[in-house]
Design a binder for this molecule. Structure first.
Ligand code: MLT
Ligand code: MN
Ligand code: ZN
Length: 309
């Protein structure tokens, strides 16, 4: 099973269009050691032809151009994307659906009931798409039953894991958390017996989540912000990381600590960060914060990064 990171940045991408923080300005000026990143998405395939798109980024069209395997060109109108799954309803994870409107059939779309509600009310993409290709909704189980119907993925079992995080600012449920506002995915290759855990929006360390993460061979998780008050310190926003539904990397009880705790009985998962905000100092390859990650055996995901699991 192949997993490709199509976009490794959080909402806004890197650099963000209106941002002149040290990272965004430095990248534009060519004065920092860092690479540009598109907004958050991954894709999974077992035959390099048919892909499950997990999160549909506003940068999807660039991502398709950058990853020619997503366009196998078998007929005059074609795509390698066979179905779409959303882990939450944030703008950076759903807007790309609008770019897929020329599809020849309704899109097989896998979401929780809470995400379906958000993209049918607060941001009614599903009703907009009904005037184009339409969508065929499959509701994800939140009680540990594996997803069915993704037959183009051979010997793969995917299970949704509910996470504590936040519904998007536009959601009618922004301040009324619903189970399934945000999920992680437990992705098992039954042939190789290897597993990956994916969670680009993880707000709190929770035991049922660590339980999966400890058993994973690869964890691809939320690396949005280095510090709880990073956006405030940089004068970018008044919001703390936790208010945005993201567990900051540093500090007591932070993501680095959580990832450290996964090492047990000689098993150490490969640990890779995704959904990285443009303000995060780990984007600078020679920063002190990046060196801390390296000491902890944590990698920083980048667009085009691939895993064989
Ligand atoms: C988030 O996950 O908090 C988002 O990246 C915010 C956004 O899309 O604006
Ligand atoms: Mn996001
Ligand atoms: Zn910035």
């Amino acid at each position: 099973m192949k997993i490709k990171i199509l976009g490794s940045a959080a909402g806004g991408g890197f650099p963000q269009w209106n941002c002149n923080c040290p990272n965004c300005a430095g990248l534009r000026a060519g004065t920092i050691k860092a690479q540009a990143r598109t907004q958050s998405s991954i894709a999974v395939s077992t035959n390099d032809q048919d892909w499950l798109l997990i999160n549909a980024s506003p940068d999807l069209l660039k991502q398709i151009r950058d990853n020619p395997e997503l366009q196998p060109a078998r007929k005059v109108r074609d795509t390698g994307i066979a179905a779409v799954l959303l882990t939450d309803a944030q703008i950076d994870h759903v807007t790309g659906l609008l770019m897929l409107r020329e599809f020849a059939r309704p899109w097989p779309l896998y979401t929780s009931a809470a995400v379906w509600e958000d993209i049918s009310t607060g941001f009614p993409i599903t009703s907009i798409l009904s005037h184009y290709c339409g969508v065929e909704h499959h509701e994800l189980s939140l009680t540990g039953q594996a997803i069915t119907g993704l037959d183009f993925l051979h010997d793969v079992r995917i299970t949704a894991v509910p996470l504590s995080s936040k519904a998007p600012p536009y959601s009618p449920n922004r301040d009324r958390p619903q189970l399934g506002d945000n999920i992680g995915l437990w992705i098992e290759n039954l042939a190789s017996e290897q597993c990956l855990f994916y969670a680009p929006g993880l707000g709190e360390p929770e035991e049922h989540v660590s339980h999966y993460m400890r058993r994973a061979d690869v964890v691809l998780v939320d690396g949005t912000l280095w510090a709880e008050d990073e956006m405030i310190q940089l004068g970018l926003s008044a919001k703390k990381s936790s208010q945005m539904g993201h567990l900051a990397l540093s500090g007591a009880g932070g993501m680095i600590e959580l990832l450290d705790s996964l090492n047990h009985q000689g098993h150490v998962p490969r640990k890779v960060l995704v959904h990285i905000n443009n303000s995060n100092p780990i984007l600078r390859e020679d920063s002190a914060e990046r060196a801390v990650l390296t000491q902890h055996g944590i990698e920083v995901g980048y667009d085009g990064m691939e895993f064989e699991v």
